[in-house]
Design a protein around this ligand. Structure first.
Ligand SMILES: *Cc1c(COP(=O)(O)O)cnc(C)c1O
Length: 463
């Protein structure tokens, strides 16, 4: 399998190069040259597999000859051994819905599913091909810890995560700073999340510095992250259908950067019998408005109770635009140019009809999110985290809809307490955090301070 860019400016590359590249060198997103098709007999077979074996089958056609089956099995088994549930992503009946629990990984949120695998892929390809990777990223709280957990202790990799000093929750800070591996560098900056992002962007734009220090990112546009998230759509379908290819399953997906929902779309394009795919957003509803109107218009970012979905621009959306327009980079280019000129883009009537067939969409306000946590708890005793609650709200009255649970409720206990007056007990990943030793450095929110710190740290590590 080879990969090309949604903007048409990357010569086809293999899986390893696509994973190491992350963002396309032309600024586009990498996509496979063709989407593998899975037939009904194969699906029926897959329905019997445990999560790890299913993962290998889903990944093989995308990996091509770049990993042997044995290597892929080792990578997959190692990646999901860090999950505390034997099923990795169990499906739990909650009232009329099915909740797909994606939060049994080391940081208790669904990003672990992708980042545990991505970390091992990075380490494998670096060991095979030589080279180093120094990951640089800014976090407002959540993604940082999952990225750190994905690469901690791995040879040839360092990770530097900037977070706003005093502005992330104590639990989120501890999830990062209690990781003491020598390759993990937590940088608290005297500034905001936006300052952190600005600094990271500036350092990536300094191409000489970026190349000299092998800087890379782990943001949600890496193709391997999408692939990893595709696995649990197949898994949930298998659990519910027992392998009956006539049985179509619907999913409600709390969405920010369009990553998780795009993985569901990809599963459907591969042949998974998916009925409805619901894009569930909070008050930051750019995607819901797009599904309803065909217009994609950036607004202001409003802080909500589901902060991991507080986005203005959905970074994976470009992949969907590409497929919506028959895999034509020219059409993507025109829309992006329109977006650049006017701050919005409108797809044609024909495309909008396709969008309406591909997705449903629903937005939940903070009040509706709290009300959903309350109602589900009252009716079933199950505690939803606020992100998951947005998805359950989107599922409405539909029976047997699979609602993706993207975070453990104990990560967002303030919202949980506001809704039901009690807190969710912490899962193993969150226990004892406040008692552990921590390590981080405090820096000014300036490009120079961070640049100097990176340089000195990597020099001291002999790299
Ligand atoms: C990142 C995240 C989301 C949104 O996922 P996308 O792939 O950006 O759509 C939802 N819930 C939680 C808890 C998250 O961390």
């Amino acid at each position: 399998m080879r990969y090309v860019s949604t903007r048409g400016g990357v010569e086809p590359v293999g899986f390893a190069e696509a994973v190491m590249m992350g963002l396309g060198t032309d600024g586009g997103l990498l996509v496979p040259e063709s989407i593998p098709q899975i037939g009904p007999l194969t699906l029926a077979d897959w329905a019997r597999l445990r999560f790890q074996d299913l993962a290998v089958e889903v990944l093989i056609p995308y990996v091509g000859s770049e990993l042997t089956r044995g290597e892929l099995e080792d990578l997959v088994n190692h990646s999901f051994a860090s999950f505390s549930h034997p099923e990795v992503t169990p499906l739990v009946r909650v009232g009329r819905h099915q909740v797909l629990e994606l939060f049994h990984g080391p940081t208790a949120a669904f990003k672990d599913v992708a980042l545990q695998l991505l970390g091992n892929l990075f380490a494998h390809f670096l060991a095979r091909d030589g080279g180093r990777l120094n990951i640089l990223g800014a976090t407002s709280g959540d993604t940082g810890s999952a990225a750190i957990a994905g690469v901690r202790g791995k040879p040839r990799i360092h990770i530097f995560i900037l977070y706003p000093h005093g502005r992330v929750s104590p639990i989120q800070e501890r999830q990062m700073t209690t990781v003491l591996d020598a390759n993990v560098h937590n940088l608290a900056i005297r500034g905001t999340f936006d300052d952190g992002q600005r600094i990271v962007k500036a350092l990536f734009n300094d191409l000489a510095f970026k190349d000299a220090h092998h800087l890379g990112a782990v943001n949600s546009i890496n193709w391997a992250r999408i692939l990893a998230q595709t696995i649990y759509y197949f898994y949930a379908w298998g659990r519910l259908s027992g392998g009956d290819p006539e049985r179509r399953v619907s999913f409600s997906v709390p969405t920010g950067n369009f990553g998780d929902i795009f993985a569901g779309y990809l599963a459907k394009r591969m042949g998974l019998p998916v009925d409805r795919l619901i894009i569930a957003t909070n008050r930051n509803d750019i995607l819901t408005r797009f599904v309803h109107t065909g217009v994609y218009a950036a607004g202001e970012v409003h802080p909500t109770l589901s902060p991991s979905m507080d986005i203005q621009i959905a970074s994976n959306f470009e992949r969907y635009l590409y497929y919506l327009h028959g895999e034509r980079p020219e059409a993507v280019g025109e829309l992006l140019a329109e977006m650049g000129r006017s701050g919005q883009m409108r797809v044609g009537a024909e495309q909008h009809a396709i969008v309406a067939g591909d997705f449903d969409a629903a937005a939940a306000s903070d009040e509706e999110t709290l009300e959903q946590i309350r109602a589900t708890y009252r009716e079933t005793g199950y505690i939803l985290d606020p992100h998951t609650a947005v998805g359950v709200h989107g599922a409405g009255e539909c029976d047997d809809m699979v609602c993706l649970a993207t975070a453990h409720p104990a990560k967002f206990n303030e919202a949980v307490r506001a809704a039901i007056g009690i807190e969710a007990p912490p899962p193993p990943a969150l226990r004892g955090l406040m008692e552990r030793e921590t390590r981080s450095v405090l820096l000014d929110a300036s490009e120079e301070a961070v640049r100097e710190h990176l340089r000195a740290t990597l020099a001291a590590a002999g790299e």
